[in-house]
Design a binder for this molecule. Structure first.
Ligand code: SAM
Length: 274
């Protein structure tokens, strides 16, 4: 690993994984099959890349740091690795190509500063993703798998619940990275539901969830007041009325994703979601 060629930049969240066993353990979670399409975010010095390329698969990797790109290109030449494509770009600006081919498998030891944004981008991407194996800060991982009524439960958890299952696979000590970060990491596996089983109207439902959680100590009768006020109760059937009554005085952390879907369906009968 050419750590000397690339002095780690804090601003890019560069903590390079230096434990080969852990790299293998992470890549094995992808369960790579022949001809799989893999997409790596932030390959850096190639800790995961080199192991992925031991398989017969197609790998595209996106890296913002030109120094790392030059280094990776010299290690994994086009001649020797014709199925490897390296893109020198900010992942934030990257547009996934829509394709009806095999679903993508995504992997990355992703920079802490960008982890939430990357996860939201994957959840919102209008493409076919099978799974994502990501190394992220342990605290963030705990938010992704949190149960209702806990302090970690929130916008990220509910966004995840709409599209996928998320599991914490194992934790990684700071000593496995160079430079040593001051937090523990977790490796998570996000297994996306088939398209037909994902909850529709993600963006609209997220608007409601964000409104409610922006003031998470308040009851939703207060934070979603504009939407509740528009309901014409003469047009709501008795079961739905009872459900509204059971939810209206709760705080958002007491609601599960199906409750928010229910509220969306009721609200959208009476007005555009505000
Ligand atoms: N995968 C390598 C490893 O495991 O050692 C590097 C991991 S390091 C935590 C994160 C990597 O993401 C760095 O190589 C960094 O340059 C890259 N990176 C940071 N911000 C990025 C962005 N916006 N788009 C693409 N890559 C980025």
């Amino acid at each position: 690993m050419n750590l000397k060629a690339i002095a780690p930049k804090k601003s890019l969240g560069q903590n390079f994984l230096i434990d080969k066993n852990i790299s293998r353990k992470i890549v094995s979670l992808l369960e790579i099959n022949n001809d799989d399409k893999i997409f790596e975010i932030g390959p850096g010095t190639g800790a995961l890349t080199s192991i992925i390329l031991e398989n017969n698969c197609n790998l595209t990797a996106i890296e913002i740091d030109e120094r790392a790109v030059i280094d990776l290109k010299s290690k994994f030449s086009e001649n020797e690795f014709p199925n490897f494509t390296l893109i020198n770009q900010n992942f934030k600006d990257y547009n996934f190509e829509k394709s009806s081919e095999k679903p993508l498998k995504i992997i990355g030891n992703i920079p802490y500063y960008l982890s939430s944004e990357i996860i939201f981008k994957l959840l919102e991407a209008d493409i076919n993703i099978k799974c994502a194996v990501l190394t992220i800060q342990k605290e963030l991982a705990e938010r992704l798998v949190a149960n209702a009524n806990s302090k970690d439960y929130g916008i990220l958890t509910l966004a995840m619940n709409m599209k996928a299952n998320c599991k914490i696979e194992f934790n990684i000590s700071p000593q496995c990275f160079y430079p040593v970060p001051n937090v523990w990491s977790s490796v998570i596996k996000i297994s996306f539901f088939e398209k037909a089983k994902q909850i529709e109207n993600y963006k609209e439902i997220m608007k409601i969830i964000r409104l409610a959680f922006n003031q998470r100590r308040k009851m939703i009768s207060n934070t979603l007041k504009i939407n509740f006020n528009k309901i014409n109760y003469n047009e709501v059937d008795e079961n739905d009325k009872a459900k509204i009554i059971s939810l209206i005085n709760k705080r958002p952390e007491q609601l599960i994703i199906n409750d928010f879907v229910f509220l969306y369906n009721i609200f959208s009968n009476f007005s555009k979601i505000k």
